[in-house]
Design a protein around this ligand. Structure first.
Ligand code: NAP
Length: 308
């Protein structure tokens, strides 16, 4: 544990991940655009920094987890004197854990290489729960020796660390992951509406299907939230839509038809148009509820949290 570690981006995901690095004993530097979000981490022993350049100047390993491609650009920021590029030391390793464009990732790698620094793309899956509990699945792209260098830090954040290929391939695998995520969300929504229309006990229905061939992370974690009509986000519709847009853009370049993913994109768009972009991605079911004229009411199944 001789390398100094910094973490940029303390949102839903980043704050849990940063906390796990502190728990693992790292002497951690942090930076977040909204400075007050650094306070809880500072109270637990992290050292706040002035800006990404200041953080980079103090660190051997620089982890980033911000929203979208332009935000990673803003943090690395070649033409902003506060960006990582203006503080990064030769030999430093930047690990981008955001979900962003594979193409832009390769361009960021080239700019860091001009400073003698390295980049890995290491997007994650496992939700806010996985970030908090250190059980993320991490899909890593980049040079093998840098992946080995990063492994101890990544092991503090996730259970499964898979080196999937060269720089940008981590993001490509993450897009594969997102095709599966939104497909599961659509299947879950349709199945629960069917169960509701059939007058079934929804909680017993979930208990019955979860351990079988139809079980999924989505159903286990977000199914109960739907029954409670609890739309708090583990992952917001706006960020989910960002990922689906990345999938559809890449698929367009590859010439692959994306039937279910394209449908989910349009359904989420109706929810964004209704002002629901900050709700959790499981609120996809609201789009189907509107089409079907049915609403999930867990009270029918004898549970709490009906209505809303
Ligand atoms: P979030 O809660 O919205 O947090 C976003 C973070 O990015 C905040 O710290 C925000 O700073 C920072 N940020 C955004 N734009 C920035 C900019 N231009 N400059 C500097 N900082 C900026 O999002 P999240 O759910 O943690 O997601 C973060 C990344 O992880 C995304 O790429 C997402 O797709 C990916 N991811 C999320 C999940 C999930 O379940 N939530 C799962 C897997 C992967 P402020 O505090 O100042 O707003």
């Amino acid at each position: 544990m001789t390398e100094t570690v910094g973490f940029i981006g303390l949102g839903i995901m980043g704050r849990g991940m940063a906390r796990n690095l502190l728990k693992a004993g790292y002497d951690l530097r942090v930076w977040n655009r909204t400075a007050s979000r650094m306070d809880p981490l500072a109270a637990e022993g992290a050292r706040p920094t002035r800006d990404p350049a200041d953080l980079a100047a103090q660190c051997d390993l620089i982890l980033i987890c911000v929203s979208d491609t332009p935000d990673v650009e803003a943090v690395i920021a070649g033409d902003d004197p506060r960006g990582v590029l203006h503080g990064v030391r030769p030999g430093a390793l930047v690990i981008d854990m955001s979900t962003i464009s594979p193409h832009a990732t390769r361009a960021f790698g080239a700019r860091l290489a001009e400073k003698g620094a390295y980049l890995l793309d290491a997007p994650v899956s496992g939700g806010s729960e996985g970030a908090a509990h250190g059980t993320l699945s991490i899909m890593v792209g980049g040079a093998a020796e840098q992946v080995e260098r990063a492994r101890p830090v990544l092991q503090a954040l996730g259970k499964t660390i898979t080196h999937v290929g060269g720089l940008g391939d981590g993001q490509m695998v993450k897009l594969v992951n997102q095709i599966l995520v939104v497909g599961h969300a659509l299947a879950m929504s349709e199945a629960l509406l069917f169960a509701q229309a059939g007058g079934l006990d929804l909680r017993k229905t979930l208990d019955a299907v979860l351990p079988g061939a139809a079980g999924s992370w989505m159903l286990a974690n977000r199914g109960p939230q739907i029954l409670d009509r609890d739309w708090r986000p583990g992952f917001t519709i706006d960020l989910q839509q960002k990922d689906v847009r990345l999938v559809l853009g890449a698929a367009d370049q590859l010439g692959v038809p994306m039937l279910a993913t394209g449908l989910v994109f349009q359904l989420y768009r109706t929810l964004q148009a209704a002002g629901l972009g900050a709700e959790g991605n499981h609120a996809l079911i609201k789009a189907l509820e509107r089409l079907a004229g049915i609403e999930i009411q867990a009270a029918v199944a004898g549970g709490p949290g009906q209505g809303g």
